[in-house]
Design a protein around this ligand. Structure first.
Ligand code: PEP
Ligand code: MN
Length: 367
């Protein structure tokens, strides 16, 4: 299929008709009391759709808390029974699947460190053949949309129908304020490829700090994500894992009530008229832009021939630096984000170099 798109058969049942679909609970189950206390507070909020807790924790370094293991499943399932919340945990291998299913867990998720490994994902998928359980798949740690899609396909091929994706950011380009760079364009592209696939965001793992949760959640909602996964703990500072990013259930309640939930459509006539007018303007401007780019590329072509005839290199550093500086300064004057304009120029420049290199190469092969 086009775009490397493969068919993933799934339905939206994983959302149980709830939007936003809010998953919350501790990073790790630590004790029966902790899981039960959190579950009760979350159920009271009324907006939480599922209770999460990590039972087996994938840690970067050994000798840190690696989860309570199998015994925690009972705490989770008991908390689910007590509160009526569906419960879910992370599985990384078939043994996890086996005991989680036996314990009566309602949903599973595959963590970012597992999604990167097709062997592991396939083993999990095989262990789920013939089982009817909803599965969420976190994006792989590094920026690879195909791996994310591949994991969803493996589960779909195994017969899992209720599938969802969790956007938890990517471990690239640090130096940003985030623990994991959100790269919102990646879940947006996943949505473009699979419009029906539920996608939620995990601001806890994206931000890595509790102060960032509200703004990241609002951003996810503004981008039309189907929900959120947010880590909570009765006493976040003493949490055995991810303590900096966990919040109390009380804080979650405030966040959920302060978020502005938006519709992806409005049938208000005035809104629709104005939107149509503005979009028509955008359509015209885009057309103009493309014509301008065509004009610019024609000149690039001419310069290419000219350079070839005069035995001059395609790339000249001074000219390129001039372009970046002068256009960057203009962008700044106009109040446009300078790095955005630099990115656009880089893309135009790349195409210009490609065209001019083609001219030089053509000449050579004609000789
Ligand atoms: C988690 O949800 O606690 C977790 C380990 O997340 P991730 O796989 O996104 O790192
Ligand atoms: Mn965590």
């Amino acid at each position: 299929m086009k775009d490397g798109r493969k068919s993933i058969t799934f339905n939206k049942d994983i959302l149980k008709g709830k939007r936003p679909f809010i998953i919350s609970g501790p990073c790790s189950a630590e004790s029966p009391e902790q899981v039960m206390a959190v579950a009760k507070e979350l159920a009271e909020i009324g907006m939480v759709s599922a209770l999460r807790a990590g039972i087996w924790k994938p840690r970067t370094r050994p000798n840190s808390f690696e989860g309570v293991g199998e015994e925690g499943l009972k705490w989770l399932v008991d908390a689910g029974k007590e509160t009526g919340l569906p419960v879910m945990t992370e599985v990384a291998k078939p043994k996890h699947v086996e005991v989680a299913l036996k314990a009566g867990v309602d949903m599973l998720w595959i963590g970012a460190r597992t999604t990167v490994n097709p062997f592991s994902v396939q083993e999990i998928a095989d262990s789920l053949k013939g089982v009817n359980i909803p599965v969420w798949v976190k994006n792989p740690i590094h920026l690879d949309l195909q791996l994310w899609i591949g994991a969803l396909e493996r589960l779909s091929n195994a017969g899992i129908q209720e599938l969802g994706a969790i956007h938890r950011g990517f471990s690239i380009g640090n130096g940003t304020k985030y623990r994991n760079n959100p790269l919102w364009e990646i879940p947006i592209e996943l949505k473009r490829l699979y419009p029906e696939l539920p996608i939620i965001s995990d601001p806890s793992h994206i931000g890595g700090k509790r102060d960032l949760i509200f703004s990241l959640s609002q951003r996810a909602i503004d981008l039309n994500m189907d929900g959120l996964m947010i880590e909570v703990h009765p006493d976040p500072d003493s949490a055995l894992s991810d303590s900096k990013q966990q919040i109390t259930p009380a804080k979650l309640k405030i966040i959920l009530s302060e978020l502005i939930y938006k519709r992806d459509f409005s049938s208000d006539v005035d809104f629709l008229h104005l939107l149509t007018d503005l979009r028509t303007e955008i359509d015209e401007l885009d057309e103009e832009l493309i014509h301008l780019l065509k004009k610019r590329l024609d000149i690039v072509d001419k310069i290419g021939v000219f350079k070839q005839e005069n035995n001059v290199t395609v790339f000249q550093l001074d000219r390129w630096i001039d372009i970046l500086n002068s256009r960057g300064a203009l962008a700044k004057d106009l109040g446009i984000n300078e790095s955005f304009i630099v990115e656009v120029l880089k893309s135009i420049h790349k195409e210009s170099i490609r065209l001019q290199t083609g001219i030089q190469h053509k000449k050579k092969t004609l000789k």
